[in-house]
Design a binder for this molecule. Structure first.
Ligand code: ADP
Ligand code: MG
Length: 211
């Protein structure tokens, strides 16, 4: 059995065409089904639905052989025990620093102001500001980062941005790009050795479809 870990929403939706290219059709829709283990058109392949941030953990421990996770999630996780063979080029966005529209971020950075930064991506933010030599106080949040500067919780946020509409709706502006983000295929290292004959054709089909 090959187990593939996916998260609901964007990752699931954008992975479906890649699975299809590999000859795999998922039997259920996770948006309407309450099932967390989904059968596929292949008896030896199943899909499990987990939180986006949990995908690397399932694959790391071998509870899933393969998974699809954003680079944002992988950078926070650290990637231990994972083989990352492929950028699937789906779920693309950018990791950005954003501040209120009337805040002069460049000036604050130049003056060495100590900023409070709210984010779900504490590791990524720590590395980014550390490399810039900026002193920041990081505040860990689990969602709705845009609210932090509006309520006085933080001066800035580090979050994913695609269109920028959410920032705009909350009177924020992106001021710095930390990294481009896309979803990656990840593989459990032991599974790749033990189940190579089953896994390699999937990797090849994904690689062709993502190219
Ligand atoms: P969650 O809210 O549980 O993090 P999402 O579906 O919002 O789940 O995000 C899953 C993954 O999709 C993220 O880890 C990231 O890689 C990617 N992603 C998040 N936001 C965006 C976006 N606005 N545009 C494109 N990809 C995104
Ligand atoms: Mg989200």
């Amino acid at each position: 059995m090959i187990t593939i870990a996916l998260s609901k929403g964007r990752i699931f939706d954008e992975t479906l065409p890649l699975l299809k290219a590999a000859g795999i059709a998922v039997r259920e829709n996770p948006e309407t089904s309450r099932k967390l283990i989904l059968g596929t058109s292949r008896r030896d392949v199943r899909v499990i639905i987990v939180r986006a941030a949990d995908v690397p953990t399932y694959v790391q421990y071998g509870a899933a052989d393969l998974g699809v996770a954003g680079k944002d999630v992988l950078d926070e996780h650290g990637g231990q025990g994972l083989y990352q063979p492929l950028d699937l080029k789906i779920a693309r966005c950018r990791m950005m620093v954003a501040v209120p529209q009337d805040f002069d971020y460049q000036r604050a950075a130049r003056q060495g102001a100590r900023l409070r930064v709210a984010t779900k991506y504490v590791q990524t933010a720590r590395e980014h500001f550390g490399a810039k030599g900026m002193h920041v106080d990081l505040i860990k949040l689990y969602g709705s980062m845009e609210l932090a500067p509006l309520t006085g919780l933080a001066d800035a946020i580090v979050d994913l941005v695609s269109t920028g509409k959410t920032l705009k709706a909350n009177h924020l502006k992106a001021v710095e790009e930390i990294a481009p983000v896309s979803a990656r295929l990840i593989v459990n290292q032991a599974a790749l050795k033990l189940k190579r004959s089953a896994i390699q054709p999937l990797l090849d089909a994904f690689a062709r479809a993502a190219a």
